[in-house]
Write a protein that binds this ligand. Structure first.
Ligand code: SF4
Length: 370
């Protein structure tokens, strides 16, 4: 993992090997405290460690104290062009400010923001987008380049450094995945500031998830990235789950149940999709690193299921028929495989059986670590 400077966003450490955090941004009107508080709570419940909100006028500032008071997570004020709003947000208790110092006017205004942030121990994120590169850099490079994005970010950072302020997080987002990845890789070589990683304007859920997973995931696998945001059009709530899935996929969030399931084929004897979905949903509250497998048959299933902590290999629908209800409930036969134990034939509501056994195993694992 890349070594970076470290400091805190509210009570959360960033950089210096601290766990990678998940953030998102509200899309409620920030002047509407009640609606914004509700969305922040929903985002926190979905797994966000940090939430950003736009602060674009005095009415937003007026709403901030109530929002900050009610928020279960540290908040970031997203501010454009106005030093007075940055100072106002910091004085009202915001945990971090996102502002580009090169866009807020004179160096005296930069100093005002830097001094205030320093006094309140509030870090500043400089957020460069491929669309916001300065004209002279674009002219020099003949368009947007990774080098131009890094130069732009560092030129903003220098304005803060001049005032002795270095609690800086950088982001260098583009909607192009290769450009985003190249820009962050270059930034990681050139600076030791923590990096907020994301692909901007990634689009709708679906393609947006794929772009984000490739962009953010590639960087995290290189050890680059201290906090991440998945940007999806629409409600921000799915952004949290998408970000957590990326962290899990690259092995940076392990205290969850990882459900593996086979793709199904002509041999499939049980409703793998429905069972896997039910298992994933019903075990979502478990905070123990554990792999649970749902495999469709007894041919390849047992081998795969044995790789997991616990697994189910389906046999087929039970001739006994039976009482099952709800999605993922199916009266069937199969075998449960558990590490270090003999496979055991089971019959009935296979999803329910697997969920119950997995919960028992999670308790045993938890007890072992206590
Ligand atoms: S585990 Fe069995 S059912 Fe699933 S894809 Fe493999 S062979 Fe097919």
């Amino acid at each position: 993992m890349r070594q970076t400077r470290s400091f805190h966003i509210g009570n959360l450490p960033i950089g210096g090997g601290a766990p990678v955090t998940v953030q998102s941004m509200t899309n409620t009107d920030s002047r509407d405290a009640a609606a914004t508080i509700q969305q922040i709570r929903d985002l926190a419940a979905a797994g966000c460690d940090i939430v950003r909100l736009s602060v674009y006028d005095e009415a937003c500032l007026d709403a901030l104290p109530a929002i900050i008071d009610a928020s279960p997570v540290p908040l970031v004020a997203d501010i454009h062009y106005r030093a007075d709003l940055a100072v106002g947000a910091i004085e009202r208790g915001i945990a971090k400010v996102r502002i580009n110092p090169g866009n807020i006017g004179s160096q005296a205004e930069v100093k005002m923001v830097a001094d205030c942030a320093k006094m309140h121990h509030v870090p500043i994120r400089i957020g460069v987008n491929s669309g916001s590169i300065e004209k002279d850099i674009l002219a020099r490079d003949g368009g947007v380049t990774p080098q131009g994005m890094v130069d732009s970010a560092l030129s903003h950072a220098r304005l803060l450094e001049k005032e002795g302020f270095t609690d800086i997080v950088l982001s260098l987002k583009a909607s192009s995945v290769p450009l985003t990845v190249a820009a962050y890789r270059l930034a990681a070589e050139k600076t030791d500031y923590p990096l907020h990683v994301g692909v901007t304007e990634a689009g709708l859920p679906g393609t947006g998830n794929i772009k984000s997973a490739i962009g953010i995931g590639s960087l995290l696998l290189d050890g680059i990235g201290d906090t991440i945001r998945v940007s999806l059009t629409g409600s921000p709530i799915p952004e949290a789950a998408a970000a957590i899935d990326i962290l899990k996929a690259v092995g940076l969030r392990n205290s969850f149940v990882n459900v593996v399931s086979c793709p199904t084929c002509g041999r499939t004897g049980i409703d793998v999709a429905a069972i896997a979905k039910r298992v994933e949903t019903e075990l979502a509250d478990i905070r123990v690193p554990m792999t649970v497998a749902v495999m469709g048959c007894v041919v390849n299933g047992p081998g795969e299921a044995r790789e997991a902590d616990i697994g189910l290999a389906g046999g087929g629908l039970s001739s006994a028929g039976g009482a099952a209800g709800g999605e993922g409930s199916q009266y069937a036969v199969g075998a449960i495989f558990e590490k270090g134990k003999k496979p055991q034939k089971v019959e009935g509501d296979l999803a329910a059986i697997l969920i119950e056994r997995a919960r028992l195993l999670a308790k045993e694992k938890e007890a072992l670590h206590e």
